[in-house]
Design a protein around this ligand. Structure first.
Ligand code: ZN
Length: 154
């Protein structure tokens, strides 16, 4: 899959991991997200524009097959799923214990998860650098999470 409709692209990317409490069973579960380093490119009104910031992408509906494989190898609980609030199936985290979807809204638009409100939450996030190009269709885009700069890479 070449992702012809991609709206973000980057020469490398990160798989970010952290833990959150499941909204259903309240146990701690591991969750993933895709982050892009600066600089990358964003498609705005049919033109690729340089984005000189790091960013998380979410509500991801399409990625190349090899990226999808790498993500699902990293966590079998991060897989395509249709959520109530999105028209298309998108990559969604699921609780490791009860299988309940953990929405990207909860992870990226509320404090905690991948939008840490406190330094100790930022430190809970680990990043795996993938030195491969990424193209993706993502409805969600969170610019320059400060902690991305400070998080130790491995
Ligand atoms: Zn659960």
């Amino acid at each position: 899959m070449q992702v012809p409709d991609a709206n973000v692209r980057s020469s490398t990317y990160y798989i970010a991991q952290t833990s959150v409490h499941c909204p259903s069973c309240n146990q701690c579960t591991r969750v993933l997200a895709v982050a892009l380093p600066a600089p990358h490119e964003v498609l705005i009104e049919d033109e690729w524009q340089d984005a000189d910031v790091s960013a998380f992408i979410f509500y991801v509906t399409e990625v190349p097959e090899e990226v999808l494989q790498l993500l699902t190898q990293t966590s079998g609980f991060f897989r395509s799923s249709r959520m109530e609030d999105t028209p298309d199936p998108c990559l969604t985290n699921h609780c490791e214990h009860c299988g309940t979807p953990v929405s990207d809204d909860q992870l990226h638009c509320e404090p905690g998860g991948f939008m840490p409100g406190y330094a100790d939450e930022a430190q809970a996030i680990s990043l795996i650098e993938v030195r491969k190009a990424l193209r993706a269709v993502a409805a969600g885009y969170a610019v320059d999470p400060e902690f991305l700069v400070h998080t130790p890479k491995r």
